[in-house]
Ligand binder design. Structure first.
Ligand SMILES: C[S@@+](CC[C@H](N)C(=O)[O-])C[C@H]1O[C@@H](n2cnc3c(N)ncnc32)[C@H](O)[C@@H]1O
Length: 489
């Protein structure tokens, strides 16, 4: 999946509704309770049809229709049974799934490990914990809210779906967003928190939105006062999350929140920068005409995964943090040869490496990933001088048989730097490695192939260290690789 396609559709590719909009007519046949809300129209397009040239239409301004649709989608696609009052916020499922899919990307870890998350302001539906835990059997979530009625509905929604072993509901009676009870156990750590805060600061703010000034949704937005309004609006809410995150630090790995207004994204990012929190990332969620944004920040030294950064539209690029992905191209070779050069160079620099799983987000099958860990800075000029000195001194002693690693360990201070190297084909049409016999019209040579070599910074606080490692590596690779090609028969 190319980045352009992702940004155009706006929907996450792991979202079950990506390129697969619900067929309202078929859904109403399955669940007769939806039938009164579905009008059938003849259709030219085949998308969202029941295949007979007709198309089901739902009035998205009708709260009863929206709620029934939400109930049916949850039943059919997630085996979830929901009950929410008609006057409360009805969660649009594809949009809520976009946020869950992005969190899954952000965590980017072994799915067999228990994952602990918090949903701030879970609402009557308890939608994020229900979706998150039904998609990911290793997720455990705590869900909070300030509203008694929402707490009571959320609680019964969890029990009705037999997820009370995975989801715990807590009423927040305090003025803090992260109530003390979340951290009562001093050992407790969370992998993430998520939040869909009330967007508006007052009734006028809602009115402005309805008049199309900002953040207007394409469906009716029913909600109680608590769901819609908070003092200072969403920016104040998320700023308070940022302030409290400074206190709780790494007890939560990724702090995240959705934002309903484009302007709030700039305000929150400016606030993060003011607080010197530069380890952050952002994304856009789109469902129909409705756009939402989400931001994540961390007080740890692990950076956002490559996958979680794939959905940033070009318009948002100026808001992104300094790059954690650096790349260069290599023309005229094969993945195998490139990998051999890379591994030789890494060995020479005493950088540990192991093969990683390839990700599925690329159209090319020829993608290789190496996870790399540098324990010492062996590439700077100062490091090379120190190593030479140490070798010379040790060479003079009787224990001159030290390994290169032992020499480096005694001469250089430890560093924390981890990164992934990803080698991928950047165009396929003429490359022999990806041609199937059916598509191969003319013979291609390795000289026509072009590969992208990407460094993704995964762990570390010292940006200069990462950048210097990449630059040193790139220069050496280009020198060695040219020499190797020249020597090739
Ligand atoms: C926009 S609704 C989101 C509901 C649900 N998560 C969803 O996405 O459909 C915001 C929720 O935040 C709750 N809320 C407001 N302030 C809160 C706070 N300080 N702590 C926890 N929840 C809060 C509201 O009661 C409301 O249920």
């Amino acid at each position: 999946m190319s980045k352009r396609k992702l940004v155009e559709t706006g929907m996450h590719p792991n979202n079950p509704y990506f390129n697969n909009p619900p067929d309202f007519v078929a859904l109403a046949q399955l669940y007769p309770s939806l039938a009164p809300f579905v009008a059938v129209k003849s259709s030219e397009s085949s998308k969202g049809t029941s295949g007979s040239g007709t198309r089901g239409i739902i009035n998205f301004q009708d709260p009863s229709a929206l709620r029934e649709l939400t109930y049916c989608l949850l039943k059919k696609d997630f085996s979830l049974d929901l009950e929410i009052p008609l006057d409360s916020l009805c969660p649009p499922i594809p949009n809520r799934l976009n946020y869950i899919c992005w969190i899954e990307d952000l965590l980017d870890i072994d799915s067999t490990k228990d994952i602990h998350g918090i949903d701030i302001g879970t609402g009557a539906s308890c939608i994020y914990p229900l979706l998150g835990c039904s998609r990911n059997m290793h997720w455990k979530m705590v869900a909070t809210d300030i509203d008694d009625r929402s707490i009571s509905f959320a609680d019964s929604n969890v029990k009705r779906n037999h997820l009370d072993n995975a989801i715990r509901i807590i009423k927040n009676n305090s003025t803090d967003i992260f109530l003390a009870l979340l951290f009562k156990d001093p050992e407790q750590r969370y992998d993430f928190c998520m939040c869909n805060p009330p967007f508006y600061k007052d009734e006028q703010d809602i009115q402005d939105s309805l008049e199309g000034k900002e953040g207007q949704a394409s469906a009716v937005c029913n909600g109680t006062i608590n769901e819609m309004i908070t003092a200072g609006g969403e920016t104040q809410f998320v700023k308070q999350m940022v302030d409290e995150s400074i206190v709780h630090g790494q007890r939560i790995r990724w702090y995240t929140s959705m934002l309903g207004k484009r302007s709030s994204v700039d305000t929150v990012i400016a606030y993060l920068k003011e607080k010197k929190i530069l380890n952050y990332t952002l994304t856009t969620f789109r469902q129909g005409r409705t756009r939402r944004w989400a931001i994540a920040w961390s007080h740890g030294n692990a950076h956002a995964s490559r996958a979680s950064m794939q959905h940033i539209s070009n318009k948002m690029i100026k808001l992104t943090p300094p790059k954690t992905i650096l790349s260069f191209q290599c023309k005229g070779s094969t993945v195998k040869t490139i990998l051999r050069s890379i591994e030789n160079l890494l060995d020479g620099l005493l950088i540990q490496h192991r093969s990683g799983a390839t990700d599925s987000e690329t159209d090319s099958t020829m993608v290789r990933v190496l996870h790399c860990t540098a324990e010492r800075n062996t590439w700077s000029r100062a490091a090379r001088r120190a190593l030479a000195r140490e070798s010379a001194e040790k060479g003079g002693e009787k224990s001159g048989s030290k390994t290169a690693k032992e020499v480096a360990d005694s001469a250089l201070a430890p560093v924390v730097l981890e990164f992934d190297i990803r080698v991928s084909l950047t165009f396929q049409s003429t490359c022999p490695e990806v041609q199937s016999s059916s598509t191969s019209k003319r013979a291609a040579t390795p000289a026509q192939a072009s590969h992208m070599i990407e460094f993704t910074w995964t762990i570390g606080e010292d940006r200069a260290l990462f950048e210097s490692c990449f630059l040193h590596f790139r220069n050496k690779f280009q020198q060695d690789h040219t020499t190797m090609q020249e020597q090739a028969p």
